[in-house]
Ligand binder design. Structure first.
Ligand code: EPU
Length: 426
């Protein structure tokens, strides 16, 4: 086991290269299940979640080769995925329980192989997270769904048939699953109230490069004209807007100046708007987005929403920012019911936070003081690392495996801009 040791108080200045997006890469890695030709993904991040999904894909019969020698370069790391044959249509519990995004194999598997048996992922640290919308959407395009022994069996021996799917509320994963499945269905599928996250548009772009006929991705209504066969392609994964947003918060909290190299402002506008309100000067440059402090840190209010609203995946990091901003901030978590696991840990560092239902009031304090902390999920762990960057003395962030799921070379990137941070064995 390892932990991060952070000695706070350093102003962060310089450039941080932004990696490929975890939440774009995971659905993209499921697209090779739809074709017998190789799919190459470039700019894949090196993360524990990517390895976890790779293991599951291997189990299903996908061979994975690393392009570019020596494990690939940091930017532009490429993997080629080939699913000549589907060797197994069962995604077992032991693999799925490690990562909920494993459910994304369900749609592609049933579309290509006519059957998929995938373990139900169960709840997780941030909420109940059911998959009912994924299942209803697949039913709407002709899959027969049965639940037994903790597994979902989706079958469509005669193939899927286009239909209309209207989501009662926005789900990123359910939109991705139906998009992949509908690409190989007979006829046209209309997806209404679809998620509009940049990761959805990226997935549709890759599927279209494979020969799919998808229009409207990135908007509320997506139309998918099913095709008989998809082919291979090469696709570049978009930059990680949550990683970029997290380092933007670090720039502001430490009153520094960081160029987020490769980041795209249009993918993170809601977060940039709040940063500006809190005291950041944000500018788009040729090779990324620059965030620097205007010398003042003020409070702000946020409500998490589906894209283009303020992302739930940035809520914890902005709470760390609010903890050291002047005045009071109010944060409302409207996507997940239990995403405040960082509150008691931030409080241990001296933050003043009161939670009432889905709303948290954060009163800025003059200073945070280092302490050992740990969190039970990825973004919560990042909020603790951010707090550690400004806390007096040493902060030890335990359970580092959460951060390794979603932040590539975290301590290296932060050290590069002047942070005093190291990874040590516990
Ligand atoms: N929901 C249902 N039924 C469903 C699906 C979702 O009730 O069938 C609920 C969820 O419980 C939640 C809400 O709908 O309350 C939204 O969930 P969504 O399906 O959009 O989330 P997801 O696809 O499971 C992705 C990201 C999450 C991110 C959410 C919301 C990936 C791999 N994960 O999850 O990322 O928080 O969208 O934007 O893309 C993270 O990176 O830290 C992370 C948790």
């Amino acid at each position: 086991m390892e932990k991060l040791v952070i000695r706070g108080g350093k102003k962060l200045e310089g450039t941080i290269p932004i990696s490929g997006a975890k939440n774009a890469a995971l659905p993209l890695m499921c697209t090779p299940l739809l074709t017998d030709e190789p799919v190459t993904l470039t700019n894949l991040p090196r993360l524990a979640d990517i390895s976890t999904l790779s293991d599951l894909l291997n189990h299903l019969g996908v061979t994975i080769t690393i392009e570019g020698g020596k494990g690939g370069k940091i930017r532009g790391r490429s993997l080629t995925f080939s699913a000549g044959n589907i060797a197994d249509t069962v995604a077992p519990y032991d693999m799925v329980r490690k990562m909920r995004a494993s459910i994304l194999v369900l749609g592609p598997l049933v579309a290509r192989a006519g059957e998929a048996i995938v373990s139900l992922p169960g709840g997780c640290a941030i909420g109940n997270r059911p998959i009912d919308l994924h299942l209803k959407a697949l039913e709407a395009i002709g899959a027969k769904i049965e639940l037994e022994n903790g597994y979902v069996r989706a079958s469509a021996p005669e193939g899927l048939k286009g239909g209309t799917v209207r989501f009662p509320f926005v789900s990123v994963g359910a939109t991705e699953n139906i998009l992949m499945a509908a690409a190989l269905a007979k006829g046209t599928t209309i997806i209404e109230n679809a998620a509009r996250e940049p990761e959805i548009a990226d997935l549709a772009k890759c599927l279209n490069a494979m020969g799919a006929k998808i229009t409207g991705a990135g908007h509320e209504t997506i139309t998918v004209e099913g095709v008989e066969k998809l082919h291979g392609c090469t696709h570049d994964v978009i930059p990680d807007r949550v990683e970029a947003g997290s380092y933007a918060v670090a720039a502001l909290m430490t009153r520094g100046n960081i160029l987020l190299e490769g980041a795209k402002a249009e993918h993170m506008q809601a977060a940039l708007d709040v940063l500006t309100e809190a005291g950041a000067i944000v500018s788009e440059e040729e090779n990324g987005v620059r965030v620097k402090s205007n010398g003042h840190l003020g409070g702000f209010n946020i409500v998490t929403q589906p894209f283009p609203g303020f992302p739930t995946d940035m809520q914890a990091q902005f709470m760390a920012l609010a903890a050291v901003s002047d005045g009071a901030s109010v944060i409302n978590e409207a996507i997940f019911e239990n995403r405040y696991m960082h509150v008691p840990e931030l409080s241990r560092l001296g933050a003043d936070i009161t939670v009432s239902g889905s709303s948290a009031t954060v009163r800025g304090v003059d200073k945070l003081v280092g302490a050992p902390v740990m969190a039970t999920d990825l973004r919560a762990s990042m909020s603790l690392a951010l707090a550690g960057l400004v806390a007096e003395g040493e902060t030890h962030v335990n359970r580092l495996y959460h951060l390794d799921r979603g932040y590539e070379r975290l301590e290296e990137k932060l050290r590069q801009v002047g942070a005093d941070i190291e990874r040590v064995p516990t």
